[in-house]
Design a protein around this ligand. Structure first.
Ligand code: MG
Length: 383
């Protein structure tokens, strides 16, 4: 079996109502998808994580010009050898960011091909499942104006609760006082300690302000405090861990086992959050998870892509052992982006939704367990 074709699809569509997180305004939803085809008629799909401010063309150009020539004609089952080749050949200009997202997309597609070849879900190829379903948490609370939206965000919390979510993550990073008001309004509106909360400031703050916010939120019993400081400030992460009881989470802007190794060696995290579409795909993600657990760090993936990235994340989440084994171990939760995304669900023939029990079932079909709808790809593709 040989790789015979690799196609990249850049998809984007403007949002009717742009929204903000602490780093800027998101005006479009986009995706970089990749399709690998083999000489025996198999197809695999992958997706590069495209964060809200990231042009999807960067990963696409990397795939087209740098990585595709390394894979054409190769055996798609050699995913580890091919990962190493892609990484070492881009090392001098890659290592972080969109270049690694491009490698991630291809790695995901290689595993999808392998799953179709062996007629098994990727989770089976990774060693089997710890769970058949996962509890989603609502990611939302983006801003429509900027500051002073605490009352509207409290209303939004009730909408997530009414939709069945038992956990939700609140976007902060709009000024410490504004953040505290948001948390006060949301928790008093929910008035239910059984609803689990996390916060995410998207590295908006200095160490001093991150600590000030963290101290103010100590009594909220948060599951985690995400990206308190800039991803490069590893010592700042470690300092916050030493000064707060709330678990510190991060990693959506870190890449590869090499990058996560720096975080683990510095004792910077309680919860590592690699994104399958930017940490290096399945091949890197399983190494990162092993390293995390060897360092006493839990793994809870970051997920913010279209349906292809979500499907890959579901396969991976199925295989992550509970971080600290016990009869009542804390299970990983699925980040479920509730913000506007015009083509996320349309991209696959059988989109997933929350079951009546509040969980999302992990697909059981071969590979990623999805069928990509080419008509949706064509409709939103801009390249
Ligand atoms: Mg985040």
């Amino acid at each position: 079996m040989k790789i015979s074709a690799i196609d990249v699809f850049v998809m984007a569509t403007p949002l009717d109502e742009p929204f903000a997180f602490s780093q800027g305004w998101v005006t479009q939803r986009s995706a970089t998808l990749v399709r690998i085809q083999t000489d025996n008629g198999l197809t695999g799909w992958g997706e590069a994580f495209t964060q809200g401010l990231e042009p999807p063309q960067i990963a696409a150009a990397t795939i087209e010009h740098a990585l595709k020539p390394l894979l054409i004609g190769e055996n798609p089952l050699d995913h580890a050898v091919l990962w190493e080749r892609m990484y070492t050949r881009t090392r001098d200009y890659g290592r972080k960011g969109s270049v690694i997202s491009a490698i991630s997309a291809l790695d995901i597609a290689l595993w999808d091909v392998a799953g179709h070849f062996l007629q098994q879900p990727v989770s089976q190829l990774l060693g089997g499942r710890y769970r058949e379903s996962v509890q989603p948490y609502a990611t939302g609370f983006y801003r429509q104006q900027g500051k002073n939206e605490a009352s509207r965000l409290a209303e939004e919390a009730l909408q997530h609760r009414d939709a069945g979510f038992k956990a939700m993550k609140i976007k902060l990073g709009f000024g410490v006082n504004d953040d505290i008001e948001v948390m006060q309004k949301i928790t008093s509106a929910l008035n239910d300690p059984a609803i689990e909360l996390m916060v995410d400031s998207n590295h908006a703050y200095s160490r001093a302000d991150a600590l000030k916010l963290g101290k103010a939120l100590e009594d909220y019993n948060l599951r985690w405090y995400e990206e308190p400081v800039a991803p490069e400030d590893i010592a700042g992460y470690a300092e916050l861990r030493q000064n707060l009881t709330t678990p510190i989470a991060g990693g959506e802007n870190e890449h590869t086992p090499y990058g996560f190794n720096d975080l683990f060696r510095a004792s910077a995290l309680d919860v590592a959050q690699p994104d399958i579409g930017s940490c290096g795909g399945f091949t890197a993600a399983r190494s990162i998870a092993t390293m995390a657990h060897a360092n006493g760090v839990a793994v809870n993936p970051h997920v913010w892509g279209s349906a292809v990235a979500q499907a890959a994340s579901l396969q991976w989440i199925a295989t992550i052992p509970p971080a600290n084994h016990s009869l009542y171990a804390l299970e990983p939760v699925l980040e479920y982006d509730r913000s506007s995304h015009p083509f996320r669900q349309q991209l696959v023939s059988a989109p997933w939704y929350m079951n009546n029990d509040g969980n999302i079932a992990i697909p059981k079909g071969p590979g990623l367990g999805i069928e990509v709808r080419l008509e949706t790809v064509e409709q939103y593709k801009i390249n």
